[in-house]
Design a protein around this ligand. Structure first.
Ligand code: ADP
Length: 378
């Protein structure tokens, strides 16, 4: 028996599937956007995921297609399915990770709690939404946003005038997503793995700290989550995974409000930044689990290896040189911390690596993870 997985997209998520594939003897192939991609360590073909022929030819060489990102157009996804390829997650599930308005509609249908929202197609509609929601709105482009790009907090419709112009030029009758500005005490994320047969495994709910719309730190499990918060997060994620028919690994980003409700902010149908801690901190990493799930293999256990795991992202910044230039100092200073380097040029603000620390004393673990990350970004 041989297992062959094809990943569309050559970013760090595809890269981190490689060690798991090597360990399991899975043949992993990547369709990458360019030759110097983060995942170029695997068998890599360079090609455009927007080109049907390229994607079809790539699919011929593997048993199952999965993804490093959610941007493969629906038409190409459906063509793959019609040609008999296993696409996991499939187009009908991915749709809800591709379009935030469709996602909000679907979640409401499933009875899952979401922030107050509306699809607004012009400045007047947005102005009346702002007036009804305390003088503010969080406005989002429904498609193509990531790391806070495509999200603006506004108090006047003028502040997204450029997005309305783009919509009008598009001519597709599209809309922007307007949301209440949620008064949250913290952000959480619930990760799940689901096989095509329906079996699921959930990791403990985690707390994520965002800076400037980008995930900065993750604490696993989320402090003070045992009991109600963990149960509600698990119920929400299970309802979505089943209601949408997701396969593979899947993340639900949540707001915990100051009045102690959990609201869904965002879905990701792939391994996710809030699950990176699992490489070093869980019995089964999200990357190994993703491969198992898309191949419809029994899922691994998802317990924690340490009482606390803390992951801190390393963003490219003013520090000169490569991450490896800092290894001697960082490794000597933090011998228990695990370092992950995505092999990417450290452009400012770009996610180029992460570190994970583990242990029994949360303050100490947070300190170690931050100290280790600080060697790379001062
Ligand atoms: P992206 O898809 O770019 O990650 P998100 O929708 O996750 O965008 O938003 C990025 C960040 O912006 C969130 O993690 C959160 O901190 C903040 N945010 C998003 N929506 C809201 C909202 N309705 N109320 C308050 N803050 C929000």
């Amino acid at each position: 028996m041989e297992y062959r997985v094809g990943v569309i997209g050559g970013g760090q998520l595809a890269r981190m599937m490689i060690p798991a594939a090597v360990n399991l003897g899975i043949d992993l192939k990547v369709l990458a956007e360019n030759a110097g991609s983060s995942a170029a360590l695997a068998a890599t073909e360079v090609g455009d995921y927007l080109d049907l022929e390229t994607v079809m030819a790539f699919a011929q060489t593997v048993d199952v297609i999965t993804f490093d990102h959610e941007h493969v157009p629906q038409a190409i996804l459906h063509a793959l399915v019609e040609a008999g390829h296993d696409v996991r997650p499939g187009p009908d599930a991915l749709l809800y990770a591709q379009d935030k308005i469709l996602m909000r509609e679907k979640l409401e249908q499933l009875g899952v709690p979401v922030p107050v929202w509306a699809a607004v197609s012009n400045a007047d509609e947005l102005a009346s939404f702002i007036a009804d929601n305390g003088g503010h709105a969080v406005v989002k482009t429904p498609r193509g946003g990531y790391d806070g790009k495509g999200v603006r907090v506004v108090s006047h419709a003028d502040e997204v005038a450029d997005w309305f112009v783009a919509l009008a030029e598009d001519g597709n009758g599209g809309a922007l997503l307007a949301e209440e500005r949620v008064d949250f005490s913290r952000e959480l994320a619930q990760m799940v793995a689901r096989r095509p047969s329906g079996d699921m495994q959930l990791w403990p709910v985690v707390e994520s700290v965002q800076r400037d719309g980008v995930c900065a730190e993750v604490i696993a499990p989320a402090p003070r989550s045992a009991g109600r918060v963990a149960d509600v997060a698990a119920d929400i994620a299970t309802a979505i995974a089943e209601g949408v028919g997701v396969t593979g690994v899947f993340a639900v980003e949540l707001f915990e409000t100051t009045d102690e409700r959990l609201l869904v902010n965002e879905l990701a149908m792939r391994p996710h930044n809030t699950g990176h801690w699992s490489i070093d901190g869980s019995t089964t990493s999200q990357f190994e689990q993703h491969l198992r799930a898309v191949l419809d293999l029994p899922l691994g256990a998802t317990g924690c290896r340490d009482t606390w795991s803390v992951m801190v992202n390393v963003l490219g910044g003013p520090v000169e040189g490569t991450l490896a230039d800092r290894y001697v100092a960082a490794f000597a200073d933090q011998p228990t911390v695990k370092f992950h380097n995505y092999g990417k040029a450290p452009r400012p603000g770009r996610k180029v690596g992460h570190v994970t620390a583990g242990g029994d004393d949360l303050d100490q673990v947070v300190f170690e993870a931050r100290a280790a990350a600080a060697f790379f970004q001062n």
